[in-house]
Design a protein around this ligand. Sequence first.
Ligand code: FES
Length: 155
Amino acid sequence: MALREITNKDIRAVLKEHEQHRDSLIPILQGIQKKLGYISEEAVEVISSHLNISENDIYGVATFYAQFRFTRPGDHIVKVCQGTACHVRGCKRIMNEAIKYLGISAGETTPDYKFSLESVACFGSCALSPVVVIDDTVHGRMTAQNMKRLLKAIE
Ligand code: FES
């Protein structure tokens, strides 16, 4: 997913698609995340005044749902499985390769916002372990060498 520039205009466009009512909070948050890739502080401020809900309440609701992200993600999301099957088949070496290549830890985004690196418990594709998902593409039977090759190809 290519990341878009966060603008007030984008946020307002999402607000327009929903009723100006507290019940619209979750669909609005989903719409903003879909459009912008995350829920920015600016978005929370705008939603707060639009729906007359305090920013604290919005964060309270939004953090309850794991689907919402509050930091700007990279253009490419690299997820490395750390589940048991993948662990047994060497996912640690793959994660270490990604950490070394990108210069960030799991849970972080590169300063140029090109990549975010995430650790995932299990993709449910254990037969393909070790598994890495880059954006929406699943890469099974991954090796550290292939990890590096894939990241290089994206750059
Ligand atoms: S443990 Fe990695 S996909 Fe299940």
